[in-house]
Design a protein around this ligand. Structure first.
Ligand code: BEZ
Length: 277
């Protein structure tokens, strides 16, 4: 009986969602874990993508396309990616302390990302006016003289945030004044084939590490070009790993010397010659 009622409510609410209107749904039917009575009575503006468009994002999945307003004008995400690698990263909100330091750090590293044919694009669940004012603050206090040269998506309705599963689920009190779930700190590395190659999800309390984002990008690009994998804490210039799928003969032909610590753990020098071709 309860499940029939839940289904009827979901169908009814979906019709509202499709029409782009706010829908009142008993919270317990949407989010199963414990919900405070205060939360349960609220009206939630449900993103259009939450029910019928949210894909399962796995490594190797196609990066979902979307259209959005950004601080550099409207974009079609796949057109924005073009033939580049892209780093899409989200923040909980404008004018918040940890987010300000993160935007500043990404701005300072933008030239490094460009050298790697990689575009940055941020997302925060606020409107364009707010973003523009916030960028002034970021450049004042967090970029060490750099400009925020990349666009920031304005996603106040969380359409992109839901599409990319960037919303907080665990903490149901973590909602804004409109009653919408918080956007968390997510990072997606997307390759020029528009495939998701890395996802990172961080809680609102913890700023990310831009050097780690750059390091993973280097590992992915090195792996794609040279057919190698990279060990723990690897950084460019250090030895790389010959994958088990490559025979000793093929490894010798491709890389010259290699060291077999175990038959399955073989190191070879950083493949600078392959990477420079
Ligand atoms: C911050 O950026 O400091 C922040 C944003 C949202 C929740 C908690 C912290």
């Amino acid at each position: 009986m309860a499940s029939v009622l839940a289904r009827a409510l979901r169908v009814a609410s979906l019709a509202g969602v499709r029409a782009g209107i706010n829908v009142a749904i008993p919270r317990a039917l949407v989010f199963q874990p414990s919900v405070s009575p205060k939360c349960a009575a609220r009206t939630f503006s449900i993103s259009k993508t939450i029910f019928n468009e949210q894909p399962r994002l796995r490594l190797g999945s196609p990066a979902p396309n979307f259209q959005a307003e950004t601080t550099h004008g409207p974009i079609d995400f796949h057109e924005f990616i073009g033939d580049s690698w892209t780093i899409l990263f989200s923040h909980p909100a404008d004018f918040t302390p940890v987010c300000t330091t993160e935007l500043g750090a990404f701005a300072q590293l933008e030239e490094e990302f460009k050298k790697r044919n990689t575009k940055l694009i941020g997302l925060s669940a606020n409107g364009l006016d707010s973003h523009e004012k916030w960028i002034d603050d970021i450049e004042e206090v967090a970029t060490n003289g750099s400009k925020v040269g990349f666009p920031i998506i304005a996603d106040p309705e969380r359409n992109v945030a839901f599409l990319y599963d960037m919303v907080d689920h665990q903490d149901l009190t973590n909602i804004d004044t409109k009653g919408i779930a918080f956007t968390i700190r997510a990072v997606f590395i997307i390759d020029p084939n528009k495939k998701v190659r890395l996802t990172m999800l961080y809680p609102a309390s913890t700023g990310r590490n831009t050097a780690e984002v750059l390091r993973v990008l280097d590992s992915l690009q090195t792996g794609d070009k040279a057919g190698v994998t990279t060990p723990i804490n690897w950084v460019p210039g250090q030895d790389v790993i010959v994958p088990p799928s490559v025979s000793d003969e093929a490894a010798a032909a491709k890389f010259g010397e290699f060291v077999a610590v175990k038959p399955y753990l073989r190191y070879t020098k950083y493949p600078a010659d392959i990477l420079s071709k």
